[in-house]
Write a protein that binds this ligand. Structure first.
Ligand code: NAD
Length: 351
């Protein structure tokens, strides 16, 4: 039996990790912590497995019974809470992105290594059935040489919490690239069996809500944190770029908002023997190059959050590092940082 604390009782806690942990038998949720006590209380009402609520995460860190903590706070708080937890001898599961930049991400990885503790990052798509299948197909040569990957993470109106933490660079690290791109690039990295970065170029735009009060939208996720009167919006709402690696090259477009009313969330894997389009979060279609056959496999998609959390709990039991241990995620943190640097300098960067 492992004992954990949840730090941050917002959307990802309520929609993903608390439902998953409630289903896993060999784990106790001793604490749910939120700076806003009401949010921790509401979580306890919804998830009876939570034993206590607290507003100071250090209470959990000082409790010898706690084996691991879940860091489910906004990006800017990932670094401090994770470092405190590792130094207190606790294993950590930290949501994506690792933190707001690469330099601090490397420090976090070093601390985990130094303490001999787990530090898993919430790159949950690695546990998606479609992603696991594509990774295996690439490894088995069913694509031949994967020479290019194109990805699109574009939406009509999806700026979250305008004026709040999501759109304030010093708190989030960036906009659509770090928030959505992080998942897409990690997924590509995983399917290709890793890659080394060569050179990259990127352009970032902040156009759709540069005057926050006149941004038109129908609904806004993270609405409760929006602040268009005195808040900040200094992050990318559209991003485009080109990445050269020692394997496939990658081109991409991402939009939190754009004046095209299409949600285009997909990844194309282009190989000389076969190609596939993966609908993000869903299934894929594969085309076989020599027969022109179109194959749309039928399969069940289990909850990727349940798989991710089960893996973390089991890793704590066995001490074996899993697929989303921080060392396996650092290359894409370096990529995100490099893309933002390229956009700032308006030039290509060599990594
Ligand atoms: N894996 C995914 O698909 C996915 C999806 C959504 C969000 N996320 C990530 O999860 C994290 C949280 O996102 P969210 O949408 O749940 O945000 P949220 O704003 O809904 O929730 C964050 C909560 O953390 C609390 N908090 C902040 N600082 C704290 C502290 N020091 N101690 C205790 N509580 C604190 C806030 O009060 C808030 O309730 C972000 O890093 C985000 O990128 C991941």
């Amino acid at each position: 039996m492992k004992v954990v604390a949840i730090i941050g009782c917002g959307r990802i806690a309520n929609n993903a990790h608390l439902p998953a942990l409630s289903k896993i038998e060999n784990v106790r949720i001793k604490y749910a912590c939120d700076l806003i006590e009401e949010k921790a209380k509401l979580a306890k009402e919804k998830f009876p497995k939570i034993e206590n609520i607290i507003t100071d995460y250090k209470v959990a860190l000082n409790d010898k019974e706690i084996d691991g903590v879940y860091v489910l706070t906004p990006n800017y708080a990932h670094y401090t809470i994770t470092m405190d937890a590792l130094k207190a001898g606790k294993h950590v599961f930290c949501e994506k992105p690792i933190t707001i930049n690469y330099e601090l991400s490397v420090e976090m990885a070093k601390e985990a290594e130094k303490q001999g503790l787990l530090l898993n990052i919430g790159v949950v798509n690695r546990y998606h059935k479609s992603v696991e299948m594509l990774r295996e197909m690439v490894a088995n040569g069913e694509f031949g040489n994967v020479y290019h990957v194109y990805c699109s993470f574009r939406s009509f109106r999806s700026i979250p919490g305008l004026g709040g933490a999501f759109t304030t660079k010093k708190e989030s690290g960036g906009g659509v690239l770090i928030d959505w791109g992080v998942h897409f690039f990690d997924l590509i990295y995983y399917v290709l069996g890793g890659f080394n970065l060569k050179n990259i170029t990127c352009d970032a735009y902040n156009e759709m809500a540069k005057d926050m009060k006149s941004y038109k939208y129908k609904d806004m996720w993270a609405e409760d944190t929006s602040n268009v009167e005195t808040g900040t919006n200094d992050v990318d709402d559209f991003i485009t770029g080109y990445i050269r690696t020692n394997k496939a090259n990658i081109s991409f477009n991402g939009a939190w908002a754009q004046n095209i009313n299409k949600n285009e969330m997909f990844i194309d894997f282009l190989g000389d023997k076969g190609g596939a389009r993966l609908a993000y979060g869903g299934k894929f279609v594969y085309w076989k190059g020599d027969t022109l056959e179109e194959i749309a496999p039928e399969y069940e998609i289990p909850s990727m959050f349940l798989c991710e959390d089960t893996d973390f709990i089991n890793s704590m039991e066995t001490g074996v590092k899993s697929r989303n241990y921080i060392d396996n995620v650092l290359e894409t943190a370096k990529l995100l940082d490099g893309l933002y640097q390229s956009a700032d300098k308006k030039e290509e960067i060599k990594l």
